[in-house]
Write a protein that binds this ligand. Sequence first.
Ligand code: IVH
Length: 664
Amino acid sequence: MKKDITEKIESLRQQIRKHDYLYYVENNPQISDQEYDHLFAELKKLEEQHPELITPDSPTQRVAGRPIEGFKQVTHAIPMLSIDNTYSEEELRAFDRRVAKLLERSNYSYVVELKIDGLAMSLRYEKGSLVLGATRGDGTKGDDVTHNIKTIKAIPLRLGDNPPEILEVRGEVYMPKKAFQKLNAEKEKNGEPLFANPRNAAAGSLKQLDPKITAKRNLAFFAYSLGQTSELIAKTHYGNLEKLKKFGLPVNEFTTRAKDIEEVIKICEKFEKKRFTLDYQIDGLVIKVDELKYYDTLGTTGRAPRWCMSYKYAAEQAKTKVLSISVHVGKTGIITPVANFEPVVLAGTTVKRASLHNFDEVDRLDVRIGDSVIIEKAGEIIPQVVEVKKEERPAHTKPFHPPVECPVCHSEVRKDENGVYIRCISSSCPAQLKEKLRYFAGRDQMDIENLGPALIEQLVDKGHVKDFSDLYKLSIFEMLSLERMAQKSAQKVLDGIEKSKSQPLGRLLAALGILHVGAQNAEILASHFGSIDALKEASEEELTAIEQIGPVLAKSIYEYFHNENNLKVIDKLVKAGVNTKQKKTRKSDVLSGKIFVVTGTLENFKRDEIERTIKENGGKVTSSVSKKTDYVLAGTEAGSKLEKANQLGVKVINEKDFLKMIGK
Ligand code: IVH
């Protein structure tokens, strides 16, 4: 029986690995997402029934980890070097002359790879299983980010095809352009600062202590070389890459062999334009000598190997004229200057405007209406003004000053403390209101069908909607008074609004636009408190005691529910019949604010059960013992955590004590 289950589990894992490979490495999926999910669910179920059969390299273990407390440093077995750069064909030819001179021959060849703009990563496999993922760090020492690396589906947890006992693979973790745009769009919605480019976004995603966040960031990976290995796997670099692909690792499809430097140069030219059509960002190409036997002779310069060179593309630029500078008021009142240009094609798209970010930046650039400017795409995606052609400035231009009042509602504006942002401080500013309503009605919040930006614009301008609750009072006559609105479509909008009343509490909390509260936090609050009334009463301490809610978030939530205007709107939403309740998973408050560490084996609870029980009763679970820990719940065979508790004088309880605490 047990043998059957073990076999079944192993077969499911193998199937899932195969389909991961087909999807992420070969780009050639052979089953539908649904079929894949089905295999996954089946494996998960079997593993839940037989937790003793779970192995760390099972596909289900990608996001199984809990947040870690900090990063461990690891020393690289072989230093992770850097690459020297060239910027022209001439410099490439000079590189080739140096190689030929050092080797005293010319019968060697090259491999040309894309220089993926992400983060260098070392992946260590032992006996085919992934045991370590480490960042480059300073080249000698990096951070252990294994918990996050495991969430990247393109990285196999287990290799196939008889890999060497020890195999350290090096490559680039990157964020595809689409994932980057999606992430920034979400950040914008939540009023959070944006990532400047996909590389920073990838780095930020790997620096998360909580792998659940990394898992959502859609990172990907390409392998491009080897680190330490227990045996040689090929005679050429290209051969190494082919082997890595066989083991199940993704290698970039555009990796090409070139017989000499002239062929290399042709490839560089080809990608000059082609790079804009790729789904990931590259900042150049990497050229490597193919024959590994020459590597020792070529050696390194200390910083970089002499068998390798990068060819970097200059960021593409364009010149255009500033036709006007407008100011945009966002959902949280931040006023952003935007330069509007004479349309110009840059890196594959037509650019008409660019954010100037803030008024300090306007000052620094001294950009004025009528100026000729050089624009560049930051990370090839977001256009940016990099230079003002002051020598071409027409006569009589004036510096552009920050507004002294909100351009929309004419209320007072204020500069953020220690910050660079200027905000409209009015809570009834129509520009903010429009942005807030758009968000409120958005697909991931109240999901009000057909209530688009154009309608919201009119509803606010006509004074029909002054806050969220007014949406629920709209009459068919008010709707019909709007431009291009017929009976049928008006009714559809009203039906959509009516339907949104029964959205779950989590969605309502997300829709309110509380600073830093996105869908995930909203969901946590909803299931913890069960009603908006209970949430209104929560103190900052109570909020911070909830796992995943830090002090900044707690403060923002507390302040939101202690603002008279907000409370009035919530009151009106309740009166309008909007659902403000949800089944709460919270059973009691008896452990409110108490921090637990669980160690050893318990008699009545599995690990996830005890953690859930603690949380359901208002407590918080952390993984290591510190002075802040209130209780260490110790089972049998408790080890170092128990010792630490005794050292620090933290109260130690057993299972019986715990059951008593929760009234059982
Ligand atoms: S080889 C000693 N190959 O570029 C050679 N690096 O500027 C080690 N990179 O730290 C790296 N694509 O993060 C290599 N195909 C590629 C690459 C690549 C991107 C990154 C890598 C490295 C940085 C150096």
